[in-house]
Design a protein. Structure first.
Length: 245
């Protein structure tokens, strides 16, 4: 009876997934260029799979099914796996790359890897560069999908922030601008042009950033300030886009 119920649960959830993906991807077929088909399948740190309802009921195969259903709904869409901390957590990055390798060996349609790139000022550029190089070596399109850069720190859990800095100084603004500039230049120089999908920011003002509320800290992670005015970070991004490599 237990095995029979587990099978019924698996079939029902797989059917629900297929219907959901087919409906939404199909609705925007030809209008939406790319989709984050599976998001954050791994735990915050390390290479273990996140214990979601999808994984608990369907096993790791839920990821392959999601990509297959999305491709069937829109064969021309670019399909991404998207996650956070993979720019600095080697175990998580390696697990992600192994997942991609396994999917491709099974001819599952996956076209891109999204680095959320919620980073801290203290993450060395060399670490980020190494992660981008490994990702680019897959030949997939690379998307910096949720970029922001914070000064304080946290433990990746809700309300788990540590308030180290209480005010934003001019020196901090300049350092953040340099970090943004370096990130953009790394993306342009490490990821081949044909694999560059784009850079997307996660909110564009400090006033509306998710960081403060989620981690219960005050921070200044975006390229615009509370008054919707461009910070030095904004001009750092521009420099990173314009400078010759």
């Amino acid at each position: 009876m237990v095995e029979e119920k587990a099978l019924k649960d698996t079939l029902w959830l797989a059917g629900f997934m297929k219907d959901y993906i087919t409906t939404y991807v199909g609705r925007y077929k030809g209008k939406v260029a790319g989709w984050d088909v599976v998001n954050e399948a791994f735990e915050s740190a390390g290479g273990a799979m996140r214990e979601t309802i999808w994984y608990s009921v369907m096993g790791k195969d839920y990821i392959a099914k999601a990509f297959t259903y999305a491709h069937e709904a829109d064969p021309n869409a670019v399909l991404f796996y998207n996650d956070f901390n993979i720019e600095r957590d080697t175990l998580k990055l390696n697990a992600t790359l192994k997942l991609i390798e396994d999917l491709r060996e099974k001819n599952i349609p996956i076209h891109g890897l999204g680095f959320q790139m919620h980073i801290r000022m203290d993450i060395p550029d060399e670490v980020i560069a190494n992660a981008l190089k490994k990702a680019a070596d897959t030949g997939l399109k690379i998307h910096l999908s949720e970029v922001d850069i914070i000064f304080n720190t946290h433990n990746d859990t809700q309300y788990g922030g540590e308030q180290i800095y209480t005010e934003l100084t001019d020196d901090m603004k300049k350092a953040q601008a340099e970090k943004y500039k370096n990130l953009v230049k790394m993306y342009r120089s490490i990821v081949p042009k044909a694999q560059q999908y784009g850079i997307t920011f996660w909110d564009f003002t400090d006033r509306d950033s998710w960081i403060d509320g989620f981690f219960s800290i005050t921070d200044w992670p975006t390229i615009y300030d509370d008054n919707l005015q461009p910070k030095p970070a904004y001009f750092g991004v521009l420099e990173g886009l314009k400078e010759e490599l």
